[in-house]
Design a protein around this ligand. Structure first.
Ligand code: PLP
Length: 375
């Protein structure tokens, strides 16, 4: 199999999986329990938080474990709006956020909030001053992702943070695709809330983290119950997932230079090889080392994905049609319908090989040679 869908999810390295098995079978105490097994579980959670703090260059106490990136996004948005409830009920975001942000703010529109959606240009870019220009006196929150999950374009969150200085609006960034790929620290970004998810960086599914620092106050809980996570996120800690998350992050930090060289090599090779396919179009100006979006205009992406699957190549059409409608990201970029409908996302990870890319290119060529394009 040739797995080229690392932006969707990643394999857990054996070292991190072993840590999880050990926690599940041996160090399985409840972190709230008062005896040794419980104290050890509590210490494991805190050691894991410290690893994440190291990766983000922040105080561990500014980090709260969550169940996923989706929870982190929803929580950050609700917490920021609560903190700034006296500022107003206006939100600025982009038209190309992940649905974890977009669907949350859509719900908030039904609750009486007003939302401004800043659109990207044809390359998928969003200039910081266009975001700043949308901010009003009553803007309580600006939410702009760090790296777009469909195009790999990195947004200027640092510059947005600078432009927001002296304004009341809090800044949230969904850094799920940028974490450990685009270099940043909590301080260098300058965002008040940062969302992370484990399964995009070699951690298990079902765990993430929310950074609430800068001007953010301890976030208002979404759930009510026990006193876990400083009372902000009750529920018995998912110790195995948390430990697996930290183990994966530690590995990525240890192998950071090697991995970034490897991803750069994979991307350069893919750009060169994919560029030899007649009529293939590169979509957006990807900055992320691990994401490339390409289109075979006129060839529906669902068919490409299933043909590639039959040839053992896994890519995503998440970037393209949902029941015949182009993705919100490609639509916002103003892509021609045929190009949008033929777009697939290819994404790499530490385990990707050049043979995987060769297999992809061959499968795309075979697809083109055996299928007729739409009119
Ligand atoms: N935000 C972005 C940019 C993503 O790519 C994803 C996952 O695809 C999420 C949020 C949601 O993360 P999770 O799958 O952990 O809920």
């Amino acid at each position: 199999m040739h797995y080229l869908d690392y932006a969707a999810t990643t394999p857990v390295p054996p070292e991190a999986a072993e840590v999880m098995v050990r926690v599940l079978t041996r160090d399985y105490g409840n972190p709230s329990a008062q005896y040794g097994l419980g104290r050890e579980a509590h210490s494991l959670v805190e050691r894991s938080r410290a690893v994440l703090g190291q990766a983000l260059g922040c105080r561990p106490e500014a980090l709260y474990f969550t169940s996923c990136g989706t929870e982190g996004d929803n929580w950050a948005i609700r917490a920021a709006l609560h903190q700034n409830r006296r500022v107003g009920r206006h939100i600025v975001t982009t038209a190309v956020e992940h649905s974890a942000v977009l669907q949350c703010v859509k719900r908030l529109e039904q609750e009486g909030y007003t939302v401004t959606y800043v659109k990207p240009d044809a390359a998928g870019r969003i200039a910081a001053d266009r975001v700043a220009a949308a901010v009003r006196e009553d803007t309580a929150l600006v939410s702009v992702m760090l790296v777009n999950n469909e195009t790999g374009v990195r947004f200027p969150v640092e510059e947005i943070a600078q432009l927001l200085q002296g304004r009341a609006a809090l800044l949230h960034t969904d850094a799920v695709q940028g974490f450990l790929k685009a270099p940043f620290t909590a301080k260098s970004l300058g965002a008040d809330f940062i969302t992370l998810s484990a399964h995009k960086v070699g951690g298990p599914k079902g765990v993430g983290a929310l950074y609430a620092g800068g001007r953010a106050k301890p976030p208002l809980p979404l759930l009510y119950g026990g006193g876990q996570e400083a009372g902000a996120r009750p529920g018995t800690e998912a110790t195995a997932q948390i430990a697996g998350f930290a183990a994966a992050v530690r590995l990525r930090l240890e192998r950071r230079e090697e991995t970034s060289r490897h991803l750069a090599d994979c991307k350069a090779y893919a750009l060169e090889r994919l560029g030899t396919i007649p009529d293939l179009v590169f979509v957006g100006e990807s900055d992320a080392p691990h994401i490339l979006s390409v289109s075979l205009p006129g060839y529906p992406s669902q068919n490409i994905v299933s043909d590639l699957d039959a040839r053992g190549v896994c890519v995503s059409a998440g970037s393209a049609c949902h029941r015949g409608r182009a993705s919100h990201v490609l639509t916002a970029m103003g892509l021609e319908r045929k190009t949008a409908a033929g777009t697939i996302r290819v994404s790499f990870g530490p385990e990707t090989t050049l043979e995987d890319i060769d297999a992809l290119v061959q499968a795309l060529l075979d697809h083109k040679n055996t299928r007729f394009p739409m009119l």
